[in-house]
Design a protein around this ligand. Structure first.
Ligand SMILES: Cc1cc2nc3c(=O)[nH]c(=O)nc-3n(C[C@H](O)[C@H](O)[C@H](O)COP(=O)(O)OP(=O)(O)OC[C@H]3O[C@@H](n4cnc5c(N)ncnc54)[C@H](O)[C@@H]3O)c2cc1C
Length: 330
C-alpha cells in the first residue's frame, strides 16, 4: 500500500516547532514503511517566509502554503478551513498528521469531523495496518494503559511531542504551492488567538523540551524556586512545577505538570521536592528517565524514579548546578 501524508505544522514566532519536525520525520518514515507515497507539508499562518524555508529542507515532495492575514492568530475554524482545502489537493489513501500541541489538539478533531476521517490524538506510535490503513498506539487512563487502534480510510492523527525521533532529512527542493483561500466564509470565522503572552521568558516550551526540571512544595519558599530555575538554565531545560507551587502563587499555572496541568514526555525529568501524588505522576509517566530529589526516602515519587537522591533539595540543587556548569561540554 502507498500512502500520502499531509503534515499540518505548528509554528512559534515564524519557525517550525520541534514537534512539527517530529511529525514530518515520522511522516517520511511511515510512507517508507508503507511501500511509498508522498509527504506534503501544509503551512498555515501569516508571515511564513522562514517557516517556508525550513519546510523546503525537510525532504518532502511538496509544500502547500496558506500565508494570509486571516491566519495571523490561531483560529480552529479558519485553520480547519485551510487544512481541508489542502487535503483536497492530495489523493487517497490519505493521512493527516499534526503535532499534539494546543493548536494540533484543537484542530485535529475539527478537521477529522470535516473530512469524515478516523481521528486519534496523543498518538505515540504509528504502523502501516495489516489490512490497509494505519495502526496507532495512544496512551489512555492517564498513561496507565496503551490503546491500539486500527484506522481505515482517511485518518487524522495528532502526534504527542517527544515521542518520535527526528531523523536527518534527505536533500530535496520541493515546490511551494500557494493555496487560494480568498475571503473566508462565515463558517470559517471563529474565535482567534489575538496575542500570545509568554510567562516563561526564553526557556524552552514545557511540553516540547527534552529536559524538564520541576519544583514542588519541598522547596519551602517562592524565593527558593530559583534553585530549580538555575539548574534548568545550566541544562538548557524547561521549568515545571507541582500544583502546590501554583496554588501557593510561587509560579503561574503555565508551569503546572500533571492531570490538571501539562502532560509531558521529556527524555529527562528531574523532580525536586515533589511528593509524587498520583495527579502529578499522570503528567510525567511517559518521561524516558525520571530523577527524584526528596528528603523523605518513602516519598511515592521514588516508586516511579529511575534515579533517586534522598536528601535536602536546598543543598543538593546548588551543588548539582555547579557540577553541571563545571562539566559543560566535557
Ligand atoms: C482534582 C485534582 C487535580 C490535581 N492536579 C494536579 C496536577 O495537575 N499536578 C500536580 O502536581 N498536582 C495536582 N493535584 C495536587 C496533588 O494531589 C498534590 O497535592 C500535589 O501534587 C502536591 O505537590 P507537591 O508534591 O509539591 O507537595 P507535597 O505533597 O507537599 O510534597 C512536598 C514534598 O517535598 C518533600 N520535601 C520537603 N522538604 C524537602 C527538602 N528540603 N528537600 C527535598 N524534598 C523535600 C517532602 O518530603 C514531600 O514529599 C491535584 C489534586 C486534585 C484533587
Amino acid at each position: 500500500m502507498t500512502l500520502n501524508v499531509l503534515v499540518i505544522t505548528d509554528q512559534r514566532e515564524g519557525h517550525l516547532k520541534p514537534s512539527s519536525l517530529e511529525a514530518i520525520s515520522e511522516a517520511r518514515s511511515v510512507v517508507e514503511r508503507s511501500g511509498g507515497g508522498s509527504v506534503t507539508i501544509g503551512l498555515i499562518g501569516s508571515g511564513l517566509a522562514e517557516a517556508q524555508k525550513e519546510a523546503k529542507s525537510q525532504g518532502v515532495q511538496r509544500v502547500l502554503l496558506a500565508d494570509h492575514e486571516s491566519f495571523k492568530g490561531f483560529s480552529a475554524a479558519a485553520y480547519a478551513f485551510a487544512a481541508e482545502r489542502m487535503a483536497a489537493k492530495l489523493s487517497a489513501p490519505l493521512a493527516i498528521f499534526l503535532p499534539d500541541t494546543a493548536m494540533g489538539r484543537e484542530l485535529a478533531p475539527r478537521l477529522g469531523a470535516k473530512l469524515g476521517a478516523g481521528t486519534a490524538t496523543a498518538v505515540v506510535e504509528i504502523q502501516p495496518g495489516a489490512s490497509g490503513g494505519l495502526q496507532i498506539k495512544r496512551k489512555v487512563f492517564g498513561g496507565k494503559a496503551t490503546e491500539t487502534v486500527n484506522l481505515l480510510g482517511t485518518v487524522v492523527l495528532s502526534l504527542r511531542p517527544n515521542s518520535f525521533a527526528i531523523h536527518p532529512a534527505p536533500a530535496g527542493d520541493p515546490p511551494v504551492e500557494p493555496v487560494e483561500v480568498g475571503e473566508l466564509p462565515a463558517s470559517a470565522k471563529g474565535l482567534a488567538v489575538e496575542r500570545v503572552i509568554s510567562t516563561r521568558g526564553d526557556t524552552p516550551e514545557l511540553t516540547e523540551a527534552p529536559i524538564v526540571v520541576s519544583g514542588g512544595r519541598g522547596l519551602k519558599t517562592a524565593e527558593n524556586f530559583v534553585l530549580v530555575e538555575n539548574l534548568a538554565k545550566e541544562l538548557g531545560a524547561a521549568v515545571g512545577s507541582s500544583r502546590a507551587v501554583v496554588d501557593a502563587g510561587w509560579r503561574p499555572a503555565s508551569y503546572q505538570v500533571g492531570q490538571t496541568g501539562k502532560i509531558i514526555a521529556p527524555q529527562l525529568y528531574i523532580a525536586c521536592g515533589i511528593s509524587g501524588a498520583i495527579q502529578h505522576l499522570v503528567g510525567i509517566t511517559n518521561s524516558r528517565c525520571i530523577v527524584a530529589i526528596n528528603k523523605d526516602p518513602a516519598a511515592p515519587i521514588f516508586k516511579v524514579a529511575d534515579y533517586g537522591v534522598a536528601g535536602d533539595a536546598l543543598t543538593i540543587l546548588p551543588a548539582l548546578t555547579s557540577l553541571v556548569a563545571r562539566n559543560k561540554g566535557a
